[in-house]
Write a protein that binds this ligand. Structure first.
Ligand code: PDD
Length: 281
């Protein structure tokens, strides 16, 4: 495997950053995970737009122009011969003597790009079975809309899910409303067929896959409701599912061990999964 690190393509095992990188010491950085489908970067523009936004919010300079970054992403995919998989892009504020405020003058932002294969048939099998989610109290900072590399709360709830025999954890805010998953957006289908996901405010990451599903709903004339829902509403829904670049659309068949609908993957989720690549670029 080959990784791109600060201007060079290096063997993956030699892909290193400095111990005083602000990402390492402060999680002072942002990232993107972009799907590679049949050799193409899926919804590249949306990912790059979101990366720019995350960088702007943290006042980190862009490490390079968009065209150049696109070239690096594609080159990393090509050098690793990835046909179906993921590209990971990470930008940190750079290397500086440890001190909390922004270094002045600003160091050069550090850019890392990696690419890997994913086991598509394994993912499809998972989707055909459906997954369990647990619900956990929202305990992240107030800006989950920034795709920050500060993921410790996410790591902890994903591990909690695994130990409970589930695949994802849904954060629930103080009003009892589901915000999103530890690494995915959360959706339900009501018993009267409306498809519900939370409005993309500061409380959630505005998922690229979420946007793709919204496009697909429009094309199929299916009803979208962008609003928060409670855990009780989700448990009583006819279907639930999650979306992310790494898993696409995956049906949720249990919430806290309780069946959603009849406890099998729902037709809406499965058909959105099947149709997603029709609308993505
Ligand atoms: N996770 N919410 C959170 C907290 C996420 O980490 C992600 C993505 C999403 C879905 O966004 P998108 O559809 O753009 O992937 C929502 C990535 C894949 C990850 O951390 O691996």
């Amino acid at each position: 495997r080959i990784a791109y690190v600060n201007g060079r393509y290096v063997p993956h095992r030699d892909a290193m950053v400095h111990v005083e990188d602000r990402g390492y010491q402060f999680a002072d950085g942002v990232y993107e995970v972009c799907e590679v489908h049949e050799g193409r970067l899926v919804d590249e523009t949306r990912h790059l737009d979101r990366l720019d936004r995350s960088l702007r919010e943290l006042r980190i300079a862009s490490p390079m122009g968009r065209a150049q970054l696109t070239t690096v992403m594609r080159e990393t995919v090509a050098r690793n011969r990835v046909r179906n998989g993921l590209v990971y892009v990470q930008v940190t504020r750079g290397v500086a003597r440890r001190d909390h405020p922004f270094p002045d003058p600003a160091p050069r932002p550090a850019l890392v790009v990696t690419a890997k294969w994913t086991d598509r048939s394994g993912l499809d099998k998972l989707a055909a079975r459906g997954i369990g989610v647990i619900t956990v109290p929202e305990n992240r900072w107030a800006r989950p809309d920034i795709k920050s590399i500060g993921l410790l709360p996410n790591v902890l709830v994903k591990q909690q899910a695994r130990e409970a025999g589930a695949r994802e954890a849904w954060y629930v805010d103080r009003d009892g409303m589901v915000t999103e998953g530890g690494s995915s957006n959360a959706w339900i289908v009501t018993t009267d067929g409306r498809i519900v996901t939370r409005r993309a405010d500061n409380a959630i990451l505005k998922g690229v896959t979420r946007a793709g599903v919204i496009d697909l709903l429009g094309r199929r004339n299916l009803q979208l409701e962008e609003r928060a829902f409670t855990v009780a509403e989700a448990k009583a829904a006819s279907e639930a599912f999650i979306t992310s670049a790494s898993n696409l659309v995956v049906p949720v068949v249990t919430i806290d061990g309780e069946k959603v609908g009849d406890g099998t993957p729902g037709p809406v989720a499965l058909s959105l999964r099947a149709g997603l690549h029709e609308v993505t670029e």
